[in-house]
Ligand binder design. Sequence first.
Ligand code: FAD
Ligand code: SF4
Length: 508
Amino acid sequence: KKRLVLILGDQLDLQGSALRGFDRETDEIFMIESAEEAQYVWTHKAKIALFLSAMRHFAQVLEADGYPLHYLKASSLSITEALRAYLLEKQIKYLVCTEPGEWRLKQSLKALAKELAIEIEMREDEHFFCTHHIFDEWAKDKKELRLEYFYRLMRKKHNILLDENGEPEGGQWNFDQDNRKPYPKKGPGMIDGPLSFETDQITSEVLEYVGEAYESHPGSLAHFNWPVTRQQALEALNYFVTYRLQNFGTFQDAMWTDTPFGWHSMLSSSLNLKLLNPREVIAAVIDGWRQHGFDLSAVEGFVRQILGWREFVRGMYYLDMPKMAEDNYYEHDRALPNWYWTGETDMACMKDAVRQTMKYGYAHHIQRLMVTGNFALLAEVLPSEVCAWYLAVYVDAIEWVELPNTAGMALFANGGRFTSKPYVASGAYIKRMSNYCSSCKYKPDVRFGEMACPVTTLYWNFLIKHRAQFDASPRTRLMTVNLNKISVEDQQAIQAHAQVVLNNLDRL
Ligand code: FAD
Ligand code: SF4
């Protein structure tokens, strides 16, 4: 019997589970470029271009390999609409796919199968170390769901960075304290890379098409330089391990004007599109460490991101959906300031993070968490608006990874289901970790008045408002101890100024 094998834009791997047991005599692959995917959030042009170029390159590989493929270019239909039409037209009764990275699509595929009374075989996505079953078993009887314990379990289970006695390499699980340095006062100096990729015919056509068809969408295509094939992704991995990994750990949290990539790997889009497998990424990084003798802290810091955070947030996403998308712990309801789409703000930190986001579709973790994320939380923006922005503007954004990071980590929208405290910080943190404040109209240590840093004002205002919550936990009590050192009059002035800031978010 004929089976239709659906391959989505973020499942571009010949070894993917959907292709297992594929019968070239009877089966057929179905791929679709659906405009709806680019429109249901106002997607950055570079993200659309990356997906389309990577999909078309993958289709080329499939065809060269002799796979029967039905590829729908630039369709105005949604994925499920297009599938419905094709399944009906060809009278196909059996659909095979890998679980989508988006809850909404997973539900609609199941609903479609039911509606058409066809069989659907939704296979587990094997690009992760942790299966749903293992994650759910681990989570099931935990009072607190914390990355650290999950990460240790993963290290042990997969025998990663363990010594011959099964103990963590270097005698500790966590080297975070070595991985939080700002750049030197004079700046980051010469940073190797990023690697440049040639724009071949497929990519040029896509860039031209996206530039026209999605002209009104945010972001630029002028700097498009993301791996669109497995070969390019492997080159990017190799380049990272050879030239950048050694400094990755130390400066993981550091920020500097016009230094969009720092020493980061820029591998997230390749991992999320499945051009790379996390197993090979971790193996390459550990090999590099053994060969070149890099600091263990850099390697452990990197492994923690992939084997720890990436797997952990995925487990949490499937465990908590659809509630995760609806949670709004603080009941915030303000609109996202317009400058999130343009970078037109006097706040130097936001300007740099947003501008580079619009230029490349990229910002590194601390920019996402402690600059734009922190501000959105302090400014009391409706979580679903913030999440839609993150999903739209980053080339690596797929809901299973974007939503838990934004709603759960940055916005505390689920009330700390998997974080021990809200990640809030004043301008002092941004000053410590960057050079932004030195060129800013505002002053990071001024709490109210014309020169006051909006981040700082809103930070103290947030603490005043949620004093009881911050007081109650030993992890955050130091913050309220510091708040109590501010005189009552100054606290009132902060609150009054915060109201002005909150009422004028678009004009900062
Ligand atoms: P590096 O700093 O080089 O890190 C290496 C790899 O570790 C990344 O490629 C990524 O695969 C993984 N990683 C690191 N941190 C995380 C994390 N917190 N969660 C999951 N994986 C992680 N990452 C995405 O891939 N897609 C997203 O849509 C996304 N949205 C985010 C939204 C917010 C608010 C925050 C705070 C973080 C988000 N992240 C997201 C996580 C992280 O910021 C990016 O993975 C990282 O910046 C990608 O750049 P890089 O490849 O250079 O990462
Ligand atoms: Fe950002 Fe405040 Fe520093 Fe300006 S002073 S760069 S707004 S933290």
